[in-house]
Every structure is written in C-alpha cells, then in structure tokens.
Design a protein around this ligand. Structure first.
Ligand code: 9MR
Ligand code: ZN
Length: 711
C-alpha cells in the first residue's frame, strides 16, 4: 500500500470534484455537498496529502505577467506585481476531464480580485470550445455556479478553463480563487467494480474514472447506511482509457450484503454483493459453456436445455492429405464456429485438468454438467471429452493432426444442420509436442482416479514426444488453399516441447526429460510462462517447480525466471489505472487477462504469497466489470454484459447463453475511442465478441482457485 501512496503523490493533475449522487444539482445541494463531503475539517486532517494537491489542479498560464502563486488546499492566491499588457490574460485550466454524453456539470468557484475586469469560463476538448460564459467582476467578488450540459459524444480529453481579464487602469493587485467544485448532475454509474461481487476475504478495489474528490463510501443498499469510507488514490492519466484513474480499497469490508459505492463526480457503482457464494453459479455456467460446445454427441434437453441438439459432425471425416476416412468425432466446437482445433483443445484440457486436480472441492455437484456416470468430477469428465478426441486425432505412431474442419465456416445454423464434410488437417510438430505434454499431465491427474487410463495416456504421451521432431520449427503450416476455416498460428514448437518434457519428467521421474527441458529453455529462455494455445511453457514450468528436485540447476533457473515474470505482472497491474495486468488490447485479449490470473494462482499454489492471490483477483475483477467499459465481459453475469456474442448456436436460436467470456477490446479496430474502449457488443465483431472454449477454460480455473483460496 505504501508503494501505491507514493505513486499517488506523484500524480500531477488532480481536481477535486464533488458529486451529488441522489438528486439533481441545485444551488442548495451544492451548498450541502460543500460542507458534507470534501472540506470538512477532519477530512483535511485525514487526507493531508490530497489537500495539498487540491488547488493546484489548475495549471496557470501567465505569459509576461509577474506574480507570486500561493497554493493552499482550498485556495489559490495570485499576488500580481506587474501586469504590463492589458490585452494579455491569466488562464487557469484543468484538462483530462471526462465529460459524458447527456450529463450536466456545474462548476462552482468563489472569486475575488481587485484588478480583474471579467472572467471567462470555458468548457471544451481538443477540438475546441464547447461553451463559454463571461462574468463581469470589476473590483470585487463573485460566486460562480455555472451549469454546462454535454450533448456531444463522451470526451476523454475535456477541459475547463478560467480566463482572467485585467481592468484598464490597474496593473498590480490580487486574484484569489477558492471553493472549486465540479459537480455532475445526475447519478451515473461510472464507479467501476466487479459486478458479480466479491468474496468476503478477497482484496476489493473500486476504480474511479474522473478527478473526483478525496473519498468514496460504500453504502449498504438495504438500509442506505454508509458502512465504509476510504480515500481515493489517484494513479494519474490513463492513456489506454483516456481517463484520470484512481482506486479505492475496501477490502476491510467483509460483511455479506448488497452494496454500492458512491464518490464525487464519478457518481456511483452498480450494486454488487459481498458473499461467500458470489462465484458459485458462474463457475458452474463457465464450465457448462464448454459442455455446450461438445461436438458429435446428442446434447439432450436435460443437459443442454434450450441449446439441445442432435449429434453433429458425426460422419467419418476425410484426412485432407491422402484421403483416408476415419472416425474423428467428438471434442468441442472451438468457438462461434464449428471447427475443432488441436491447439485450442490442448489449452482447454490443460486448464480443466489443473482446475480439477488443484481444486477438487470446487467441483462437487456444483454445476449443471452431464454426469457420465463414471464417478469423476464434472470438470475432469469434461476434460475427458477433449482427451478422447485428441486420442482420435493421434496417428498410430505418435504425430497429431491439427484440425477437424469444414472447408468453409458454417452458416449461422445449429451444428447438426451443418452438413459440410469434415476434413482432417495435416499433423504438425506443435500439435504433436503439445499433445505429449497434455497426455502426460492427464496421466498424472488421473493416476489415482483411474490408473488404467493414466497408464494409457502416458504411453500415448511418450509416443507423441518421440514423434515430435526435436527441432524448432519456426514456420507454421497454413491451411490448404481451399480451406478457409480458422487458422491458428503457433510459431515455435519449443514451448510445447518444453511443456512435454517437463510433464513427462513429472509423470516418470526419468531424468532424461529434465535434460531435454533444460535444452529447450536454453534455446529460448522466454518460453517459461505462456498458458495459451500457442505458448504452453507456463504449464511446463508449474510442473517442473512442483516436481523437480530442489538441487536441480534447471529448477533454480526456472524458479528465478518464473517468479521474475509474475513479479512483472504484479508491477504491470499496479501501474495500470484499472489495476489489471493487460498486455494489450487485441483479438482475444481477455484470454490473456484470464491467463495472467491463472499464472498468478499457479504461482500462489507453489508459494502462498498473498500478493499473488490479490493480483489474480484484480484480473478477475477486470473481466467481471471493473474496466473502463463498465462491462462484465462474461455473458449473463453482472449488471451490464454482452448480449450479442459471435456464436453460431446462440445466433441460430436467437437466445442468450450464460457464462461465456468474450474476447474484449481490440485496438486494431478503427475508432476514435481509446484502445481499452474499442469494444462493440455486436455479433459481427468477432474479434471483440466471439466466445471460445479456451477463453472460458482459464476462467473456470481462476474462479475455482479464488473460491478455494478464500475459503
Ligand atoms: O485466427 C484467429 C487468431 O488470429 C486470433 O488471434 C485468435 C484469438 O483467439 O482467434 C483466431 O480466430 C478464430 C479461429 O480462427 C476460429 N475459431 C474462433 C477463433 C476466435 O475468434
Ligand atoms: Zn459438431
């Protein structure tokens, strides 16, 4: 926390604003707010640092005018010794304000001067002035209550300025301003929180998106009582969102209940809950989303409800090269399309296996997945769907085919209506090495549950590993010319090979695999942390750190790099206005937010440092609504969530599905909005609004981990 304070003190542009959250702003309510919220004596003592910043939020431009500028908490005095040119003006301006469309703002200020003729207050943004008002002052004082109604689109670079014009006869004297307030007219919901809610013991942060005063309060919505008050720590201008962000910490509030947050101009947050069970239902629906992606089996109404359909893609498929026909049914539809891809299936299986292995308690009778009657946890049962298909995709002597796709994406029909023939695309090193890792991991997870299966998995893993060409294949195999289905690029197979070697070591304790793993790391030290379909090193590192002997050089190397990487994530998070470690805003970026959370939890599993757990929770909070879009990126949960996902089944049926994580903002989309806000809840925007099995699988892991570690 200390670190955060220091960071906050460094913030330059801070304007204290006060909100009137419950009613329209009138002069009377302005008066009330002044005494109630910000400038009460005790407040000043509680938050002295913020007070110092207060009057300095207006930047002064004075040209050739000689003056002394005294800044006090709620007062600014300009003692002017020489104002040579009457044409020249003194300007106080505050920028980086956020004006929201349809919102009204009131600027309040007390002003005294013995040399000013008039004041001009302007509102504007980088494109120019929106509105301006002139106040004659002529040697005296004035209290300004100026209202401005913002009808343009939201602005991220708004400003307000006060221009002082000199009287003709006087060239020296005083200008004094105090009681600055900027008030918003109505209650908006711009305080950002995790809309799904918080576990009682979770670290709880709210994010503020405008210069907005010193404190926030948490109100119990049952009785409208304020149950918590805390300071807002400003983190400065956030280029990604175009906002001045700050955060408030209300972790100390642990009592179950329904709450909202209120703060100055920011208004308030949506209602949220604090409860032990806030994530239970979501964990169920996030896993069930993957169940609903199953291919090649009847999904009965009992299992799938309105999403029920008959077995799809259940004919024999044709191996693209060679033309052999065989049974490649099963697995999951990847995403909004009906393709089935090895790499994304591997990632999904890994995440489900790890969730079931590390957090078995969280999956007992918890969700609506079908019971295969094998006595297995539902999450492992779901992993088996992927594993069985991966086995079908393995060529006898070890290599793994890469995809089962139709030549063109299906039209927007239910999967059992998609009659195009399925083709099996060529084996590839990344897929083969990846499947070796995943099968080896599965053999460990199933060792005590189903020893027979575990042994088989290990045999197939060893076979795949032996078949994987142990060189780095940089170039990807692209789809054949006549196949326009999804094309997952991978790059290097080194990370899959590293994962495979680590997992095989963990499964067999054969030291040769450790030696191999060390070789791969040597070739590329950066491969230790990935948890995606194209970078699988993180799975390997977790297994190595868990199973390799302490005196192994490799373990020491990996440990250092791995913990450096997670420390970097925590740093990235603390430097971000939304307290989220986000590597960028691009197609499927939310997967990386979820993966970062997963990696932090894996690190926490190995070394229970609370900072790791807190950081993981902040990632989840971002996904569930605490972001600049004020949007839960998971369908059906929170207050404001996507309604138009890119997903053939839901589009064909014209219904919504719960528990699916969308891709999130994509800065490559053309827009004047800042990168973090380039998101559209429209089904044709597949880069922002598609859902996939492998965005959801880390979400399943993270929800289960949060529940496990906070109970
Ligand atoms: O091909 C897409 C790739 O460039 C993206 O980085 C990736 C993000 O997850 O998604 C790929 O696109 C789709 C794939 O080709 C077919 N299934 C759905 C995928 C997700 O939108
Ligand atoms: Zn299918």
């Amino acid at each position: 926390m200390k670190q955060r304070w220091i960071r906050c003190l460094a913030v330059l542009i801070v304007l204290v604003l006060v909100v009137e959250p419950l009613e329209e702003v009138t002069e009377q309510s302005v008066q009330q707010e002044e005494t109630v919220l910000v400038f009460e004596e005790e407040r000043a003592m509680d938050y002295p640092e913020r007070k110092e910043e207060f009057a300095s939020v207006f930047t002064l431009t004075s040209g050739s005018i000689s003056l002394e500028d005294t800044v006090q908490p709620d007062q600014r005095t300009l003692s002017i010794s020489d104002w040579p040119d009457q044409e020249e003006t003194l300007t106080l301006a505050s920028d980086k304000l956020m004006f929201l469309q349809g919102e009204s703002y009131t600027f309040h200020c007390y002003f005294y001067s013995d040399l000013a003729e008039s004041l001009i207050v302007r509102w504007g943004d980088e494109s120019g002035t929106f509105d301006q008002s002139i106040f004659p002052i002529h040697n005296g004082e004035i209290t300004i209550d100026l209202r401005y109604s913002h009808q343009q689109a939201d602005t991220y670079t708004g400003w307000i300025s006060v221009e002082v014009h000199r009287q003709s006869e006087v060239a020296s004297g005083t200008v004094m301003l105090s009681e600055f307030r900027l008030l918003s007219s109505k209650k908006n919901h711009s305080v950002r929180i995790n809309q799904v809610g918080y576990l009682p013991l979770e670290e709880k942060l709210a994010i503020f998106q405008a210069n907005s005063g010193e404190i926030f309060k948490v109100v119990d919505v049952e009785n409208e009582k304020t149950v918590f008050e805390g300071p807002i720590y400003y983190t400065g201008y956030n280029e990604e969102t175009g906002e001045v962000n700050g955060f408030g910490d209300f972790s100390a509030l642990t009592e179950a209940g329904r709450y909202r947050i209120e703060a100055a101009v920011n208004g308030q947050s949506y209602e949220f809950r604090i409860d032990e069970n806030v994530y239970d239902e979501l964990l169920g629906s996030a896993l069930h989303m993957i169940t609903l992606q199953r291919c090649g089996q009847d999904l009965s109404e009992a299992v799938a409800g309105i999403f029920a359909h008959e077995a799809c893609h259940d004919d024999l498929a044709t191996v693209y090269r060679g033309g052999a026909r065989d049974d490649f049914t099963g697995g999951w539809h990847d995403a909004g399309d009906y393709g089935r891809y090895t790499l994304t299936t591997l990632k999904t299986v890994n995440d489900l296996l790890l969730a079931g292995w590390l957090f078995p308690e969280q999956f007992n009778d918890q969700n609506q997945s079908p019971d295969s009657g094998n006595g297995m946890l539902d999450v492992l049962d779901e992993a088996l769907v992927g594993l069985k298909w991966l086995k079908k995709m393995q060529i006898d002597w070890g290599p793994e085919y890469t995809a089962a796709v139709t030549k063109n994406f299906a039209s927007f029909v239910m999967p059992d209506q998609d009659q195009q023939p399925v083709f099996i695309l060529e084996e590839e090193n990344t897929s083969t090495a990846g499947v070796a890792g995943t099968f080896a991991l599965a053999s460990i997870v199933f060792a005590s549950i189903d020893p027979g299966r575990s042994e088989e998995l290990l045999t197939d893993a060893i076979k795949a590993y032996a078949a994987a060409d142990h060189t780095d294949h940089e170039e990807d195999k692209k789809n054949p010319w006549d196949v326009t289905a999804g094309d997952y690029s991978n790059g290097s197979a080194l990370d899959e090979l590293y994962f495979a070697a680590a997992a095989l070591y963990a499964a067999t304790q054969d030291l040769q695999y450790l030696t191999d793993a060390a070789e791969y790391i040597k070739k590329n030290p950066d491969l230790i942390s990935g948890l995606s379909y194209h970078e699988m090193g993180g799975y390997g590192s977790y297994l190595l750190l868990r199973f390799a002997p302490n005196d192994s050089e490799l373990k020491k190397t990996v440990q250092k790099a791995f913990y450096q990487h997670v420390a970097g994530l925590i740093q990235m998070q603390q430097d971000n206005g939304y307290q989220v470690a986000v590597n960028g805003y691009y197609w499927g970026g939310n997967m990386f937010v979820a993966n970062n959370a997963m990696l932090l939890l894996l690190a926490y599993d190995l070394e229970p440092d609370p900072a790791l757990l807190h950081a993981a929770g902040q990632q989840l909070a971002y996904l569930l609504g605490r972001n600049s879009l004020n949007m839960s990126f998971v369908t059906g949960v929170g207050t404001n969530y996507p309604h138009h996902i890119h997903h053939r089944i839901t589009e064909a049926l014209n219904v919504e599905m719960a528990g699916a994580l969308v891709g999130g903002p994509d800065e490559s989309l053309e827009s004047s909005a800042p990168p973090a806000k380039r998101y559209w809840d429209e089904s044709e925007h597949y880069s922002t609004n598609e859902v996939t099995i492998y965005y959801n699988s880390p979400l399943v892991f993270v929800l289960a981990g949060m529940l496990e570690y906070h109970s």
